[in-house]
Ligand binder design. Structure first.
Ligand SMILES: [Ca+2]
Ligand SMILES: [Ca+2]
Length: 175
């Protein structure tokens, strides 16, 4: 599909979601996206459409966030020019996007508490709080190379190195 056709399709999608033809989307509009409604991290993903307390997202903003979820098809088959920006769906951008889903207070590190909160969203009720805490501890410890008790972006990227994040947009770092 050409970039142009893809944009047209996205624009139609945008218009469909824009319930009263406001020209922008609100949280409520985005909550209509089925895939987000069933995703335990759906709310956090929706947050990423609204940086810095914005209440609306326009079409360019919508495309920018959705680009993170597009499959990487031609990575490595072509070299980027030095002035060309990194494509939004590159591996590094996907990792950054996933990282900020965990980093709830946006201080650049995933603390054990943040890990715990995300795990709570992802796993069902059949896991006890105690088990969750020990999973969160272990997950942070395994990724924490410099021993400061939290996971930096680099540590996060490293711990996900072997995962096929392009395929899954995988946001869990549990094995
Ligand atoms: Ca944090
Ligand atoms: Ca660390």
């Amino acid at each position: 599909m050409s970039v142009h056709a893809c944009l047209l399709r996205l624009h139609r999608r945008f218009q469909n979601l824009d319930s009263n033809k406001k020209g922008y989307l609100s949280r409520v509009d985005l909550q209509q996206i089925g895939a987000l409604a069933v995703n335990p991290l759906g709310d956090r993903i929706i947050d990423s459409f609204f940086p810095e307390g914005n209440l609306r997202v326009d079409f360019p903003g919508f495309v920018r966030v959705l680009a993170h979820f597009r499959p990487v098809d031609d990575e490595g088959t072509r070299t980027r020019g030095p002035d060309e920006p990194e494509p939004f769906n590159s591996r590094m951008n996907k990792l950054r996007f996933a990282f900020q889903l965990y980093d709830l207070d946006r201080d650049g590190k995933i603390s054990q508490q943040e890990m715990l909160q995300v795990l709570r969203l992802m796993v069902g009720v059949q896991v006890t709080e105690e088990q969750l805490e020990s999973i969160a501890d272990r997950t942070v410890q395994e990724a924490d190379d410099d021993g400061d008790g939290a996971v930096s972006f680099l540590e996060f990227a490293k711990s996900l190195e072997k995962m096929d994040i392009e395929q899954k947009m995988s946001i869990r770092i549990l094995k």
